[in-house]
Design a protein around this ligand. Structure first.
Ligand code: NAD
Length: 358
């Protein structure tokens, strides 16, 4: 059955990198019989410029009707003076909210060809392959009450609320265990159960949910220790399960272990496995329009889409193998270029990946 993909290039380098991902998807159709229907929409600054709205109605309708969404990036200095309600980032948040994308998957993988690009010693990160599963629609970023009030003595007081219901914890834990089953079958759940009651409940519910996944080895770690272990010995982790705020911080830390923001894809899934797929980086206005951006994070986002929403694991592996092959061939965009390798532009990298699809 043909699967409909909403393709939202966005702003800055978004259209450039998404164009390469489209080439890869077209090649999978033409050469390997994958049945996809691609339909493009405007989001972010592009949506605002055309319709005065970073998430135009037509784009939201397209995203809702599609089997999966592929997004480039949004934002840029041009739209920074706008009121927050119509800033490009609102388009992203709106999509997450309307599509109920509660599970954020962020792999941090170090390709052996790029291990020297990390700020950590090569032997610490070579072969690293972590998957961080972050709860994305609950926790302290959304909890009520929140705000800044003035106390009777005139002093201002700020507050936010860390809140998770049992069902919210259960569903994200289930995602983590199910994904661990497809990997090395280990989940480390991150909390601060020694101090925060909410995360004590988190730990209890994760343990309960673990009963349905006896093959998976479950461990728990306090978030402060996890932050330390990620730089001390990151290869000890397979799947890390986190709440919204801890995951926000730890996933950025983990991405930097790889040394290359242009290489990392991500997925945000709903309860039925529908997802939005995007590189973790932003719209890179400093290099937009120059044809030098690295399209690999976006191409690898297509691979995640094939694996997690479209059920096409073999196609996903095909794309990942093609990326591995072009790195082996010594091709590098500027962000990952080192002495002795072959510097290529965005389109050349995309073409090489297409050519390498075996
Ligand atoms: P950024 O990720 O866009 O760029 C950070 C640095 O990494 C820049 O030097 C950039 O040139 C480089 N870079 C990023 N992606 C690259 C790629 N594929 N190839 C080569 N180099 C790459 O972050 P920023 O500069 O903080 O933000 C720029 C804009 O992007 C802002 O408007 C911000 O709000 C937005 N943003 C959007 C998203 C998103 O759409 N998901 C995420 C983060 C930031």
């Amino acid at each position: 059955m043909t699967k409909k993909i909403a393709v939202l290039p966005g702003d800055g380098i978004g259209p450039e990198i998404v164009a390469e991902a489209i080439k890869v998807m077209m090649a999978l159709q033409e050469r390997f019989g994958l049945a996809l229907e691609l339909e493009q929409g405007l989001v972010g600054g592009a949506g605002y410029d055309a319709h005065g709205d970073p998430l135009p109605e037509a784009t939201l309708a397209l995203a809702k009707s599609a089997d999966a969404v592929l997004l480039g990036a949004v934002g840029g200095p041009k739209w920074e003076p706008l009121p927050i309600a119509v800033r490009p980032e609102k388009g992203l948040l709106g999509l997450r909210k309307h599509l109920e994308l509660f599970a954020n998957l962020r792999p941090a993988q170090v390709y052996p060809q790029l291990a020297a690009a990390s700020t950590l010693r090569e032997e610490v990160v070579a072969g690293l392959d972590i998957m961080i599963i972050r709860e994305l629609t609950g926790g302290i970023y959304f909890g009520q009450p929140r705000g800044v009030t003035t106390l009777p003595n005139g002093e201002r007081q700020g507050s936010n609320t860390l809140v998770y219901s049992e069902s919210e914890i259960r569903r994200i834990a289930r995602v983590a265990f199910a994904i661990a089953m497809k990997r090395n079958q280990r989940v480390c759940s991150i909390d601060k159960a020694n101090v925060l009651e909410c995360t004590e409940l988190w730990r209890e519910v994760v343990v309960e949910e673990h009963r349905h996944f006896p093959e998976v080895e479950l461990s728990h770690m306090y978030v402060d220790n996890a932050a330390m272990q990620l730089v001390r010995n990151p290869k000890q982790f397979d799947v890390m399960l986190t709440d919204n705020m801890f995951g926000d911080i730890l996933s950025d830390e983990a991405s930097m272990l790889t040394g290359s923001i242009g290489m990392l894809p991500s997925a945000s899934l709903d309860a039925n496995g529908k997802g939005m797929y995007e590189p973790i980086h932003g719209s890179a206005p400093d290099i937009a329009g120059q044809g030098v951006a690295n399209p690999i994070a976006t191409v690898l986002s297509v691979a995640m889409m094939l694996r997690y929403t479209l059920g096409e694991a073999a196609m996903a592996e095909r794309v990942e193998a093609a990326v591995f092959k072009v790195l082996d061939q010594g091709l590098r965009t500027a962000d990952i270029w080192t002495e002795g390798t072959n510097r290529v532009g965005t389109a050349q990298m995309g073409d090489a990946i297409v050519a390498a699809l075996a």
